[in-house]
Design a protein around this ligand. Structure first.
Ligand code: TUI
Length: 315
């Protein structure tokens, strides 16, 4: 059994979080992950308060275990969904794509464990000062919105800089990644790409198939010119975006409008040409659909074996 302060803090069996994937991470997936002993997370993405409240109520029907909500701070509805999680007394809130400091007092007063996703030592230190319970150090190998640093250099630097537990994310999809993350100073992991192909994940089957077929160099980063780099699978949408991005005849506004609705087109419609199939670099390792509980158990058992056996490398 892997020992982690994250399990004691949150009352979960395995220190495995499911990433808050926009348009993908709903009540059904979150409940399956939580029932499997990890921490399931509902993505509030760009949805409004009513949608999130419904999803929270649905998840409460499907599981008695703790689950979390991820708040995407660039969402136009961030203020209203921030109030919903406090009213619903969600045990864990993770945040992404920004600095959550202005909401942290409200959430802490509601008894919420606030666990921001950070991509730098500076933000990790800042959220610790504001009372974060832990941080998720997410490297640029991740799918979706990413920062500059990769997981390998980011995790130990953040682990040295803060006293709260660190959860590693970005490029982790099995027990080897989990064991390595613990060696870097992490006390838990978050996985997105691997849970995207969980049986209980309701993303469009075309999306799952593209992830299952993806190889090591099948992702690309777009959006750097607009200041929000995003990693996703190479396809007609991302190739066209990548080409136009550095063509000065396209204004930032035109580029911005190119991306509107593309996540929905991928996750809901399965539109292989016009959709934005956000996905991490580890997709090449993700080759089969499995129940969420099996993903968690398999990953943790593999990590345990590797961590136990690690002594064999030392004389
Ligand atoms: O948030 C994510 N992944 C996402 S959000 C998303 S929706 C979206 N669509 C288009 C453009 C932008 C977002 C798709 N995937 N992951 C968590 C994450 N947060 N990764 C990196 C960060 C991050 C980066 C910089 C967090 C904070 C930060 O610092 C901001 C600051 O103000 O200091």
């Amino acid at each position: 059994m892997i020992q982690s302060p994250i399990c004691d803090m949150l009352g979960i069996q395995y220190p495995v979080f499911q990433g808050g994937m926009a348009w993908i991470a709903d009540a059904k997936l979150a409940a399956a992950v939580s029932n499997g002993g990890g921490l399931g997370i509902i993505s509030a993405m760009n949805a409004n308060a009513d949608w999130l409240r419904e999803q929270i109520h649905e998840a409460k029907k499907l599981t008695e275990k703790p689950f979390g909500v991820n708040i995407m701070l660039m969402s136009p509805f961030a203020d209203e969904v921030a109030k919903v999680v406090a009213e619903e007394k969600i045990p864990v809130v993770t945040t992404g794509a920004g600095n959550p400091s202005k909401y942290m007092e409200l959430w802490k007063e509601a008894g919420i464990h606030v666990i921001p996703v950070v991509a730098s030592v500076g933000l990790a230190r800042m959220v610790e000062r504001h009372g974060a319970a832990a941080v998720i150090a997410e490297g640029g190998e991740s799918g979706g919105h990413i920062g500059e640093a990769a997981t390998m250099p980011l995790v130990p630097q953040i682990a040295d800089a803060v006293s709260i537990p660190v959860i590693a994310a970005g490029g982790i999809a099995d027990g080897r990644g989990m064991a390595a993350a613990f060696m870097l100073g992490a006390r838990g992991v978050q996985m997105g790409t691997r849970f995207l192909v969980a049986e209980e994940c309701g993303v469009h089957p075309n999306y799952k198939n593209k992830v299952l077929k993806a190889k090591d160099i099948d992702t690309v980063v777009t959006g750097r010119r607009l200041g929000h780099a995003c990693r996703g699978l190479k396809n007609p949408f991302s190739r066209e975006y990548a080409k136009k991005e550095w063509d000065v005849s396209f204004s930032p506004e035109e580029l911005e409008s190119l991306g509107v609705g593309a996540l929905r087109k991928a996750a809901v419609d399965g539109n292989e040409k016009e959709g934005s199939f956000l996905c991490g670099q580890i997709a090449g390792l993700v080759t089969k659909e499995q129940p969420a509980a099996e993903i968690i158990r398999e990953t943790c058992e593999e990590a345990e074996t590797l961590l136990k056996e690690a002594a064999k490398w030392v004389k």
